[in-house]
Design a protein around this ligand. Structure first.
Ligand SMILES: Nc1ncnc2c1ncn2[C@@H]1O[C@H](COP(=O)(O)OP(=O)(O)OP(=O)(O)O)[C@@H](O)[C@H]1O
Length: 315
């Protein structure tokens, strides 16, 4: 049997909650196998609802979802053992140690051989860097440790796909780094990782691909490089003659001009404007140019360009 190319694929996936709230509208998503896929959107944009449909936790109102090539929720019993999921924080017993929590998880899996349980749990604890804290009660764990223990539970069995809902939410920078390192190492072994986040720089740091959601709709998807490249960076000119530079650039169609010290930045006019012509115009007007170029466009620029709004605006 040939493996399907997509780890996750949806067609027109839609969820309308009772009470009429349209949480996800006509979503067409393609998550390539082997990718680290960032599912990006402000709070309330429909990320968790999508993940819950993908994992068969709630029924879609309309549309189709395939996970690892199989229809969800119909094929859940076959698909879910191949998927590790961490959704809305792990369910842990605070009075049990990290190790005992994992032993419980493993015992709840009918396919897990009890004879190899202790070794499996030890390997998972090692994997997430909790071997040293395995005997501590889970309630004494930091948020980052709890999150890693949840990941260890998802990693007790080898998984083809990991689905992580806001895995770094509430973590301090050190905890975030630990989760990112873990995600990278899992991906390097070939596991597809689908993670949701409302943090753009997080997606830029760890993901190969991303999709951007806003108000239940998919705005765009592609490689992180493509998404950033779809937006041109701002033009930046360093000059002691900022007032003249602003005037000349304005005459040549550059918008949204901002002056900060000896730097003028702005949005070049849409279309294939030739930056060399702009530079020549500045020099002709007697503007002394110390540096001239475009700033690298970030995913945030792409998001703002797509939605016309800042990223932290709740949907
Ligand atoms: N059980 C529910 N019943 C009714 N409406 C819901 C329910 N769950 C979510 N919603 C609504 O659906 C929309 C999408 O919510 P969802 O939780 O999927 O977004 P999200 O992008 O995951 O945001 P967050 O990061 O805050 O969880 C929101 O407007 C939310 O209020």
């Amino acid at each position: 049997m040939t493996e399907p190319a997509a780890a996750i694929e949806t067609r027109g996936l839609t969820k309308r909650y009772r009470g009429g709230q349209l949480a996800v509208a006509g979503l067409d998503l393609v998550v390539p196998r082997g990718s680290v896929f960032g599912f990006l959107g402000p709070n309330g944009s429909g990320k968790t609802t999508t993940i819950r449909m993908l994992m068969g936790l709630i029924e879609p109102t309309a549309g189709l979802a395939r996970v690892l090539g199989e229809p969800m929720p119909a094929a859940g019993a076959r698909v879910l053992p191949r998927v590790g999921a961490l959704i809305e924080g792990p369910a842990l017993y605070g009075f049990l140690s990290g190790r005992d929590n994992l032993l419980r998880y493993d015992a709840a899996d009918p396919a897990a051989d009890p004879r190899t349980r202790a070794a499996r749990v030890a390997a998972a604890l090692e994997r997430v860097g909790l071997a040293g804290a395995a005997g501590k009660k889970a309630r004494a764990y930091s948020l980052g440790m709890k999150q890693r223990l949840g990941l260890a539970a998802a990693l007790l069995q080898p998984r083809e796909l990991l689905v992580l809902d806001e895995p770094t939410n509430g973590l301090d920078p050190q905890g975030m780094r630990e989760i990112r390192t873990l995600v990278r190492s899992l991906a390097s072994e070939g596991t597809t990782v689908f993670l949701s986040s409302h943090l753009l720089d997080e997606i830029e740091q760890v993901c190969t691909h991303a999709a951007v959601m806003s108000r239940g709709r998919l705005l765009t998807q592609g490689t992180v490089g493509e998404l950033a490249a779809s937006t041109r960076g701002r033009l930046a000119v360093t000059t002691p003659d900022t007032a003249d530079a602003v005037r000349v650039l304005k005459e040549h169609g550059v918008n949204d001009l901002v002056v900060a010290d000896d730097r003028v930045t702005g949005e070049p006019a849409p279309g294939p404007a030739d930056l060399a012509d702009l530079n020549a115009a500045l020099v002709r007007a007697g503007v002394r140019v110390r540096a001239f170029g475009t700033e690298r466009a970030s995913l945030e620029d792409a998001f703002v360009a797509l939605t016309g709004e800042g990223f932290d605006v709740a949907g």
